[in-house]
Write a protein that binds this ligand. Structure first.
Ligand SMILES: *Cc1c(COP(=O)(O)O)cnc(C)c1O
Length: 460
């Protein structure tokens, strides 16, 4: 028996949540135009929209909030955070930012020198791609093919396709490539990890062509945990040893601290040793984020992050964390509901192309399941598919996403497995009547980022 899989914490403070009646839920989702982003949080029972900034802080983090030093320059909280970053990540230089995209906004213009330069990633997160494009770069996804086969049990579906990576560099010329970005875990591929072997091989290619490696490291601790559990030779290494080794193969990191930092807001840039880049980052961060010893974060938030970074690398925490995702995933697998396998680090991704094949991509099958889930049990998930993807800017046609996912994203330390049972039970009910599900069409469609504000109606 592994007793460590239960919560390695007890609950000191609770936040009430409420399941409103079925009639009310039906009314609320109509008023929201069948768009879960337009729902009020208070009308939601279990909110699995995102794991970003939704984690529960510990008593030690809250104590840190009281201890925060709000000095404009040289805050004690900055130095506490610097020590955590140094101890855990191991890089020499560090600058805080208000969140992950703040880090991207400061760092990327320093690395993308020419319009049209390529940034090579396993699979770019959407704000990362947007920041690359805003700086004139072109984001290229080079994740392995297996990432798109939801039934294939590959332990590291976030891996780079190494042959494709090297062919791409040879084909376009290394001078046309700005840098390589390794996203750990690979959010867009379903929270799937990248193996140490793959990271090492990417580093080898990077060295051969003199390219720098940036880690997009929002879920760095979850990635390290998967390496420990799934990769030969790492079972006896500590999580912090694995983290240090991963980052040893890179040059810089950007981090959204809203995920594995277990804070509600925050981010950072860390640089291994390149003093020149660090100096550029330090001057850039001032007009964009703030003075380099706060960079968009209040002192109290830096203090909470300093503690969060130390808590997230604790193995019993990670054991519990990943086990909870697996618990939900397994309940769905047991009845045959198709999900991305194996489950990733922060969410269960339901494959809705297979869940309701009668709904074509341009009527958004995953949105249909998402709406049903809210109506069934007040649970909010999110569509990651063709609704999110949008239209081809040239032809105006709906683009077809390779995957139609309903993402059930689990906030850190917030819900119990009893809550996971509610989610599973509700989805199982919907699974039983899946043939009756209908797709959606627009009644209002904004030109950009439509999935946040669009209004829909059911296709008759
Ligand atoms: C969340 C996230 C970001 C952006 O971070 P924010 O804090 O939301 O700005 C970048 N990359 C990845 C992989 C992420 O998950």
């Amino acid at each position: 028996m592994d007793y460590r899989k239960a919560e390695p914490f007890k609950i000191k403070m609770v936040e009430p949540i409420k399941l409103i009646s079925k009639e009310e839920r039906e009314q609320k989702i109509i008023e929201a135009g069948y768009n879960q982003f337009a729902l009020k949080a208070e009308d939601i029972y279990i909110d699995l929209l995102t794991d970003s900034g939704t984690g529960a802080m510990s008593d030690r983090q809250w104590a840190g909030i009281m201890m925060g030093d709000e000095s404009y320059a040289g805050s004690r909280s900055f130095y506490n955070l610097e020590k955590s970053v140094h101890d855990i990540i191991g890089y020499k230089y560090f600058v805080p930012t208000h969140q992950g995209r703040g880090a991207e906004n400061v760092l990327f213009p320093l690395l993308i020198h020419n319009k049209g330069d390529y940034v090579l990633g396993n699979m770019h997160f959407d704000t990362t791609k947007a920041h690359i494009e805003l700086k004139g770069g072109v984001a290229v996804n080079l994740v392995i093919e297996d990432a798109f086969d939801t039934e294939k049990e590959h332990p590291f579906k976030g891996n780079f396709d190494l042959v494709a990576l090297e062919n791409f560099i040879n084909g376009k010329g290394a001078d046309k490539c700005a840098f390589i970005i390794v996203t750990i875990t690979c959010n867009s591929a379903g929270g799937q990890p990248v193996s140490m072997e793959n990271i090492k091989a990417v580093k080898k290619i990077a060295d051969k062509y003199s390219l720098k490696i940036v880690f997009d490291s929002a879920r760095f601790a979850e990635n390290a945990y998967f390496i420990k559990k799934r990769e030969n030779g790492y079972e006896n290494k500590s999580i912090t040893e694995i983290i240090k080794e991963m980052f040893e193969y890179g040059d810089m990191i950007t981090m959204s601290a809203k995920k594995d930092g277990i804070v509600n807001m925050g981010g950072l840039i860390a640089i291994k040793e390149d003093e020149k880049i660090y100096e550029q980052v330090r001057s850039m961060v001032v007009p964009i984020e703030g003075f380099p010893t706060y960079g968009g974060m209040s002192g109290r938030d830096m203090e909470a992050l300093a503690v969060g970074l130390r808590e997230v690398v604790e193995e019993d925490y990670l054991e519990y964390r990943i086990d909870q995702i697996e618990y939900l995933g397994q309940r769905l697998i047991d009845v045959g509901i198709p999900i991305q396998r194996p489950v990733g680090g922060h969410a269960v991704f339901v494959d809705c192309k297979k869940f309701c094949p009668q709904i074509p991509f341009n009527q958004f099958p995953a949105q249909a399941v998402c709406v049903e889930l809210y109506k069934e049990a007040g649970v909010r998930g999110v569509e990651i598919g063709s609704f999110l993807l949008g239209r081809d800017p040239e032809t105006g046609e709906n683009l077809e996403s390779p995957m139609e996912f309903l993402r059930l994203t689990i906030p850190r330390r917030v819900y119990t497995n009893r809550h996971m049972d509610v989610v599973a039970d509700a989805l199982i009910e919907i699974w039983k009547r899946r043939d009756m599900l209908k797709g959606f069409e627009f009644t209002y469609e904004p030109e950009v980022l439509r999935h946040f504000t669009a209004k829909l109606k059911s296709v008759r």
